[in-house]
Design a protein around this ligand. Structure first.
Ligand SMILES: [Zn+2]
Length: 342
């Protein structure tokens, strides 16, 4: 018996430390297991080796509520039996305590604590990263299937591209074109190809478990109850199509619609004095020309080299030593075409 029949999110937000195991059978015959606070595994009665082990995570940052509400709705439909899955699913509500506090994080940025970085501290976020990674590892080991992971977020600021994905840097592995086509079905035409390893959740699943994974940014941060989930309609139908069919052919990438960027460098906050030379509410992907001044830090000037480049995720208030912004270079039409055809 599960301790809830619908709206798991409301249950979770009132029982954030309830880690009791529970299981039940869904109307469609799948088994559902509550394996810990914010973590559910759904296993279809029968599955073949064409199926995939799919992890959907939301709320790694507690105030990024739109994908959290969306995941709760998806789970509701599974509970009602109006949605049935052919694939094992692991649904993760990332950071319940930060959700309750309506904050991105309590002490540390949870999305920098994966790949073993959780060993470097004992905060709630360090413990949560270890827990989430453990559940993911158990799930992927339990099902010897192709692995997928979509880690869903919303951004602090507005963006020239409302939705975009960050592709983790796995240099030995070619880009999976079917995944890039899938993102287009989710209305995510903008992809940033990262240039180095990180400690994010999606980099963790890709590098440790060889999952096809992305961080997916789906619009701007809003409080619970203030999201227009119709903005996620394309993602919603693509993921429902993914889970209800054993195999989906996502077609080819429409490179004419691609806004793909190569990440070229990070601006790291090295001391107290980092100051950006642009407004606080600068939209993500705002373009800067060659030589333009981006920031001052420690008496030095940070200018655009090899421009034009766009600025993404600027945040001068991150902890010292952390990434304060990334700079990206737009890929040309022929570079996109080359990547698609390679
Ligand atoms: Zn986030």
């Amino acid at each position: 018996m599960l301790p809830f029949t619908s709206d798991y999110l409301s249950y979770l937000l009132t029982h954030p430390s309830d880690s009791e195991y529970a299981q039940a059978e869904l109307p469609g015959g799948e088994k559902i297991e509550l394996i810990g606070a914010g973590a559910l595994v759904i296993t279809p009665k029968h599955f073949t080796n064409h199926c995939k082990a799919i992890v959907l995570s939301a709320g790694i940052h507690g105030n990024e509520t739109a994908p959290i509400e969306w995941l709760n709705q998806l789970l509701d439909d599974l509970l009602k039996g109006t949605l049935r899955t052919h694939h094992p699913l692991l649904l993760l509500f990332g950071h319940p305590n930060a959700m309750i506090a309506a904050k991105r994080e309590l002490e540390f940025n949870l999305n920098r604590l994966f790949c073993g970085a959780w060993h470097q501290g004992n905060s709630l976020e360090h413990q949560r990263a270890a827990q989430l990674a453990g559940w993911m590892s158990d799930f992927y080991e339990r099902f010897a299937l192709e692995r997928l992971h979509y880690d869903l977020h919303t951004a602090i600021r507005g963006s020239v591209h409302e939705k975009f994905a960050v592709a983790p840097y796995i240099p030995q592995r070619p880009h999976n074109l079917s995944q890039l086509a899938f993102l287009q079905h989710c209305d995510v035409n903008c992809v940033l190809f990262y240039h180095q390893s990180t400690q994010t959740f999606s980099y963790h699943s890709a590098s440790v478990h060889d999952a096809q994974s992305f961080t997916v940014e789906l619009g701007q941060v809003k409080p619970f109850g203030h999201n227009d989930l119709s903005r996620l309609r394309a993602l919603d139908s693509a993921i429902r199509r993914l889970v209800t069919h054993v195999r989906v052919d996502w077609g080819t990438v429409r490179y004419q619609q691609c806004h793909w960027y190569q990440v070229t460098e990070e601006i790291i906050r090295q001391d107290e004095n980092l100051e950006f030379n642009f407004a606080d509410d600068l939209a993500n992907f705002t373009l800067f020309e060659e030589g333009e001044l981006l920031a001052t830090q420690g008496g030095g000037l940070i200018r655009v080299k090899d421009g034009p480049k766009a600025v993404v995720f600027p945040n001068a208030k991150v902890a010292i030593g952390q990434r304060a912004a990334i700079l990206v270079k737009a890929m040309s039409r022929s570079q996109c075409q080359h990547l698609v055809n390679s």
